[in-house]
Design a binder for this molecule. Sequence first.
Ligand code: PLP
Length: 328
Amino acid sequence: MTAPSAPPRARLPEYSDVVAAAARLAGHAHRTPVLRSRLADAMLGAEVVFKCETFQRAGAFKFRGAFNALSQLGDAQRRGGVVTFSSGNHAQAIALAAQLLGVPATIVMPNDSPAIKLAATRGYGAEVVIYDRITEDREAIGRRLAGERGMTLIPPFDHPDVIAGQGTATKELIEEAGALDYLFVPMGGGGLVSGAALAARALSPQCKVYAVEPEAGNDGQQSFRSGSIIHIATPRTIADGAQTQHIGELTFAIIRRELADVLTASDAQLVEAMRFFAERMKIVVEPTGCLGFAAARHAGLPIRGKRVGILISGGNIDLARYAALLGA
Ligand SMILES: *Cc1c(COP(=O)(O)O)cnc(C)c1O
């Protein structure tokens, strides 16, 4: 099914918005480590730098966009509270940012969300409203709650302040590691990779930026290649942070303009990467967080001898599920 690509409703964020977001996040978000691995360098034949958002507050990069968006709300909006829909990490990020800023938060989450994500969201003091991922429309539920309760809706990716906040991860990576030839970024709705592309274009203009989706849910790849936003059914994949049915209007506009291509990785490749991160680098990475590395390893791009950045986007996964996936 193809939707006509309407002009974006909101202003497209720019690199100056990423810089402003970085100033807002200073002292609130972690400056996450940039790790190296000799084995990864040897496997890819490249100089590989990993930006590890597993160590971000609430366990994923999403805190960056959430805090950047919430910290710009006016007094009346803060009092009214915020609502969002999410498969998990954005929910936790909004809940934590809201708690830090004293804003009430309501989170619409699917009934099959990992228990750890539900518990963490409630633990930050947010109200959780459950919906059925297969039969109900989370965006409609979020909008209805916003209307009924007078709350401000903060969507997980299609929002200029969210995109700008996510861009700060790549800003930090390039400032610390230097110019890159390639950058591989996990993609669901495209907020992370849109922000990454804004930062890379400004700080390392020659860098080729690739978004990576789960093979079973390549709507972004179809959209990028066809030139209009493609909608798909909820994909079945272990990458639960990238089960979006379509990318956003703002993210699509940036993705079309800035990306080299959109790649995919299979669930088996994600498990292989999870194992590599655990065994060799001692990092617990959730399946979605492995998309970038899996594509760098398997997509067959000419990265030999190049400087390659990989965003590891998050590490939130139930231990039982983690063990089951690794066959432990
Ligand atoms: C949300 C999320 C993504 C996808 O980010 P988008 O901005 O929706 O493209 C990737 N990895 C993790 C761990 C996430 O939580």
